[in-house]
Ligand binder design. Sequence first.
Ligand SMILES: Nc1ncnc2c1ncn2[C@@H]1O[C@H](COP(=O)(O)OP(=O)(O)OP(=O)(O)O)[C@@H](O)[C@H]1O
Ligand SMILES: O=P(O)(O)OC[C@H]1O[C@](O)(CO)[C@@H](O)[C@@H]1O
Ligand SMILES: [Mg+2]
Length: 324
Amino acid sequence: MSNSVKRIGVLTSGGDAPGMNAAIRAVVLTSIHLGIDCVGIRRGYTGLISGDIVPMTAEDVNGIERCGGTILYTARSAEFQTEKGLQRAVDNCKFMDIEGLVVIGGDGSYRGALELSRHGVPVVGLPGTIDNDIGCTSYTIGFDTACNTAIDAVDKLDDTMQAHERCSVVEVMGHRAGHLALNVGIATGATVTLIPEMGVDFEADVSGRIRSARLKGQTHFTVIVAEGAASAHEVAEKIKAATGIDTRVTTLGHIQRGGSPLIRDRVTAARMGYKAVRLLADGVFNRIICMNGEKCVDYDIEEALNMTKGLDEDACLMQDALMS
Ligand SMILES: Nc1ncnc2c1ncn2[C@@H]1O[C@H](COP(=O)(O)OP(=O)(O)OP(=O)(O)O)[C@@H](O)[C@H]1O
Ligand SMILES: O=P(O)(O)OC[C@H]1O[C@](O)(CO)[C@@H](O)[C@@H]1O
Ligand SMILES: [Mg+2]
């Protein structure tokens, strides 16, 4: 067995996502299996700039597949987006003989990886973000667990809303995308779901729907607001003013990023981590690992970054039907 690379590095970058640890484990164990030396870069691109680089062994990743967070820590680095910061990161990769770098993160992290590749550092990207907002892949590691965390919270809120005949207005994450909100809205039977991909007409989309649900006999209501769509507090105030219904606002926030990853995230992370190292071992660089439905595939990084995806149209239509 001969590999194209002798040493690879792995880092996590951007917001953490449940399943990042399972991806790190797959990268490390596949490297060991193929006889490739693996080092971890701590705190994403910040660690690449400062040279915070540690050897990775099987013991380091033992049992981490079940843990949220990331054992390598993560960061958002403004310095990396300067020419000087980028050059220091490139120099450290060369100094440490890193012949392939696995970047686990979101769309921003991929743009960073693209810059590294343009400066001669071979990279492979793995999609790790609860937002599921990366155009080239139908699924991102962490999305399923985050949805389930949000669903559990919305279900609990629903109990107390029922008791007090109130309207729960719940803000969920997702950055500028509505994937998380749409899926949580469908799964919890929300009265209203507001997503950034569709404009908000308050009378038609919010108060009108709540009034119509009340006329059908509903006594408590749930409104899911994607953080990129509107302010949950403003929406709640307007609902109270328009309908007289008592509202309560919950911003789920970072709870959505935590917790033990569910099976979809653990298994997707394992498949992707394995594939990333196999590509590097075969001398295939500057690729992004993606899910295309159930298939794990890879695309050229430039091509991948130009790909876009919208919300699932059928899911939007179906949700509209179920809310009316
Ligand atoms: N256009 C860019 N060029 C170079 N580097 C970038 C660029 N955009 C982002 N990065 C680097 O990637 C890091 C992570 O990006 P970002 O904060 O957008 O998170 P992300 O990877 O999209 O993950 P998430 O959205 O899940 O939090 C940034 O802090 C920065 O160092
Ligand atoms: O952890 P931070 O820096 O507050 O970032 C929050 C953002 O990160 C995400 O959790 C993941 O991109 C977004 O949904 C959210 O807008
Ligand atoms: Mg992002």
